[in-house]
Design a protein around this ligand. Structure first.
Ligand SMILES: *[C@@H]1O[C@H](CO)[C@@H](O)[C@H](O)[C@H]1NC(C)=O
Ligand SMILES: *[C@@H]1O[C@H](CO)[C@@H](O)[C@H](O)[C@H]1NC(C)=O
Ligand SMILES: [Ca+2]
Ligand SMILES: [Ca+2]
Length: 214
């Protein structure tokens, strides 16, 4: 179900109905967050770069439901990475510090949703309300936890062979046949993009998501 972590990050899997926000950058208003249920036990709270599994229902201001993951499509909850604009900005902001099992209502102004243009069945300038249930939190593809896991010799940098080893593991876990050629290509792409000082290693800083987007 879960795509290979590095791959999903690189190839930017379509987030489906959650939708990629438009080019709208100006900011207006804030997300209103109502915690509807918080579980008694909370081992870990969602943070930037985490992978979240959620059920969601979206409503227009007049109360009409426009999407529900429980009713529409495959009726399955969906994964996304928090804080990297894979989803609308209102979600990135409104779903932080959340526990697995927690339910929130978010009221999101247009500038933090689909903006002046709208999208699909979302009309321009729509304030949207979402009911979100967070089912599971996992380490994101570009988290510090993922970095530490990949850094096999604990020297705080990822070598080419460490990245290759990780790709092999991901393919294996996802039941894909081994393909050294493909691993080599993906690894080279990663280093081309991420190894900013071209020293042949990825530091944690080069590897993890940048925080300045929020
Ligand atoms: C509610 O608002 C949406 C979006 O503006 C519109 O498409 C829908 O027809 C409205 N429903 C009612 C019952 O007014
Ligand atoms: C391995 O991946 C390469 C590059 O995508 C592809 O051309 C090749 O057919 C693959 N080999 C196998 C055995 O699947
Ligand atoms: Ca290392
Ligand atoms: Ca480097």
């Amino acid at each position: 179900m879960l795509l290979p972590l590095l791959l999903s990050a690189l190839w930017c899997v379509s987030p489906g109905v959650i939708g990629v926000p438009g080019a709208q950058e100006e900011e207006e208003g804030e997300v209103k967050i109502h915690v509807q249920h918080r579980p008694f036990i909370c081992h870990r709270k969602s943070k930037f770069g985490d992978l979240l599994l959620v059920h969601q229902a979206g409503y227009f201001q007049n109360g009409t439901l426009f999407h529900s993951s429980r009713i529409h499509g495959d009726k399955q909850p969906g994964w996304f990475t928090l804080g990297v604009r894979e989803v609308i900005l209102g979600w990135d902001r409104g779903l932080q510090d959340m526990c697995a099992g927690e339910r929130r209502k978010l009221v999101i102004p247009p500038a933090l949703a689909y903006g002046a243009e709208g999208k699909g069945k979302i009309p321009p300038q729509s304030t949207l309300t979402f009911l979100i249930e967070l089912l599971e939190i996992r380490n994101g593809p570009r988290s510090h936890e993922a970095f530490q896991e990949m850094d096999l010799n604990d020297d705080w940098r990822l070598s080419r062979s460490e990245v290759i080893a990780h790709l092999k593991k991901e393919f294996e876990q996802n039941g894909q046949p081994p393909n050294d050629t493909l691993n080599e290509i993906i690894m080279n792409n990663i280093f081309k993009k991420e190894d900013q000082n071209k020293d042949g290693y990825l530091t944690s800083r080069e590897f993890t998501y940048k925080h300045d987007e929020l």
